[in-house]
Ligand binder design. Structure first.
Ligand code: FES
Length: 75
């Protein structure tokens, strides 16, 4: 997932998209929203649609936007 990539690379992905939070408290089990990302519109449009489970958790994320995703769910 994008979260794995960020962890493996010291969470430095500036220039691709803006990271609001990237913590991953639940270790990708869709039980938190600490991996909330705000993507630029172009990057967001290239991704698969979020699942209902991801959308449910995104609804709990601080600062939700139209281009928000959970980093642990972006493959
Ligand atoms: Fe918890 Fe992504 S790490 S939902």
């Amino acid at each position: 997932s994008l979260l794995d990539v960020a962890w493996a690379n010291d969470i430095d992905v500036e220039g691709i998209f803006f990271l609001l939070f990237l913590i991953g408290a639940c270790e990708a089990t869709l039980a938190c929203s600490t991996c909330h990302l705000i993507l630029d519109p172009e990057s967001y449009s290239k991704l698969e649609e979020p699942t209902d489970e991801e959308n449910d958790m995104l609804d709990l994320a601080f600062g939700l936007t139209d281009t928000s995703r959970l980093g642990c769910q972006v493959l």
